[in-house]
Design a protein. Structure first.
Length: 256
């Protein structure tokens, strides 16, 4: 690259390229989240090749994008892409009731020997209850373990996510979640209807998987991962509504 017949040195050339990239990102016809991801990638690149002045430009634009995302969320106006991944929350409630009926008819919880299909029917209903009968969290239910009052008190270092069953209440304690460094440990006493579902589920788990404390297991009877949980919900919604609805979309639908 030449300017007035002179060859630019590498640093000047790098600055020129970065400035052009920033302008291209600003003009790019993409969602705010895509733009944020692109800007974040550039900010990470500056850690390898530091340039305070250029990095400040990208940080400033990232703040602008964050502000636009917040305003968009507050307005409740969904983008075209978001509309393709959303349904009314009433439909989620109807699906939950349908899955409850499906579970009762299947008698999966009453079987002596549990297969992967039985566990799938149980998981779909109980997990959807967790995401529709109380404010939905991210994919944190995947890591929850269940305990009675005494068992919970015996845990010396409470660093995980726990479901605690007491005589008069069922409470979930969150220690591992995205913003835990900011908000610290939180707890929620669950609504009675959801508490009833989870008491029955924990009784089932203790009967059939006595050596396991995980609230949910995957199809291989292993502790459920966040990826397993996200996939289960997406596949569930796609099978009934032909829409791959993520947990993020589900949370947005609950609030709208």
């Amino acid at each position: 690259m030449k300017t007035n017949g002179l060859r630019l040195n590498p640093k000047t050339k790098q600055k020129s390229i970065m400035n052009r990239l920033l302008q291209k990102i600003k003009k790019h016809e993409s969602s705010l989240n895509v733009k944020r991801n692109l800007v974040n990638a550039m900010i990470i690149a500056f850690k390898l090749e530091p340039d305070d002045k250029l990095s400040e430009k990208f940080h400033k634009y990232l703040l602008e994008l964050n502000k636009q995302v917040d305003e968009s969320n507050k307005s409740g106006v969904l983008s075209e892409k978001q509309l393709k991944k959303t349904i009314s929350f009433d439909k989620v409630v109807k699906l939950r009731k349908h899955l409850g009926k499906k579970l009762r008819l299947s008698q999966a919880m009453e079987r002596k020997k549990i297969g992967a299909k039985d566990l799938k029917v149980i998981n779909e209903f109980v997990i959807l209850c967790c995401y529709s009968m109380t404010a939905p969290v991210r994919l944190d239910w995947a890591s929850v373990t269940y305990h009675n009052k005494r068992g919970f008190e015996n845990i010396k270092e409470k660093t995980g996510n726990y479901l605690v069953l007491r005589k008069s209440s069922v409470t979930v304690y969150w220690n591992q979640y995205k913003t835990s460094k900011i908000h610290g440990s939180t707890s929620t006493e669950l609504p009675k209807d959801l508490a009833r579902v989870l008491r029955r589920h924990c009784k089932f788990m203790k009967t059939h998987f006595p050596d396991n404390a995980n609230l949910f297991l995957n199809a291989r009877f292993e502790p459920m991962t966040r990826q397993n949980l996200g996939k289960l919900l997406e596949n569930l919604f796609y099978s009934y509504f032909k829409k791959r609805i993520s947990v993020s979309s589900l949370r947005r639908m609950y609030l709208s």
